[in-house]
Design a protein around this ligand. Sequence first.
Ligand code: PAF
Length: 287
Amino acid sequence: METISTVAGLRACVRKWKQAGARVGVVPTMGALHEGHLSLVHAARAQAERVIATVFVNPIQFDNADDLETYPRTLEADARLLENAGVDVLYAPTVSQMYPPGFATSISVSGVSGVSEGLCGGTRAGHFDGVATVVCKLLMQTLTDYAFFGEKDFQQVQVVRRMVTDLDLPVEIVACPTQREADGLALSSRNRRLAPQQRQIAVALPRIMRASAADIAAGADVPVALAQAASQLVDAGFDPVEYVELRSELDLQPLAVMSEGTPVRLLAAAWLGDVRLIDGMAVSMPE
Ligand code: PAF
């Protein structure tokens, strides 16, 4: 595996691959890799002849300086994992390469009805503008055919899809299922910041969400079920619970009732100390 940190170096490599007829897949990450990221690499390897993984902790998507500072940075370990997983190129630019002095252009997806409204977009000012800007740059820098994202960040996937459609970017976005620990906790780079006691509480998030999703699928009143799930999360030790919402999968519009044939997702974000956890799961009506 080659490690590249400049756009010129990356483009030269990708140009050679494309001249040889290879399709290219990219897995954008902020590092601190876990099995969830590696599942994206496996999906990329199955679909493309050449795979790039990017590791870049993107400062412009953080709304909180402490969160940016404490975000785990483990490049050497990440490189080993990526090499073992069969990645061809690790692209790891520096902040000044990505945003050189004078950098002034940003993609604004804030307030786009549905996709960036509410949920994580409601509480993290500018977060999705930062995500859209860096993902657009990464897609243009890698000139990739496919880009792979995890469904754990369901709203992020929809924001990226919207941006790719709106800007006519010639890339296919592939969403891959959330990977979980044996006890159900969604894999996340932030999990490693949980103290042992918080880790025990964390498992209540998928447990309560699964139960709530089952109640809603069985016909429970949606606002009542959502309020109940939020209060159960508080009882379990989460503080605060940012949101527990039911949204349509396609346009992320909030739903107060289930309607047959519309794919829907239960989405939640809640804090344990200074660690913010999110999760999401599909809600399926019985056939
Ligand atoms: O999901 C992430 O790790 C980041 O938001 C992404 C897509 C790599 C953009 O910085």
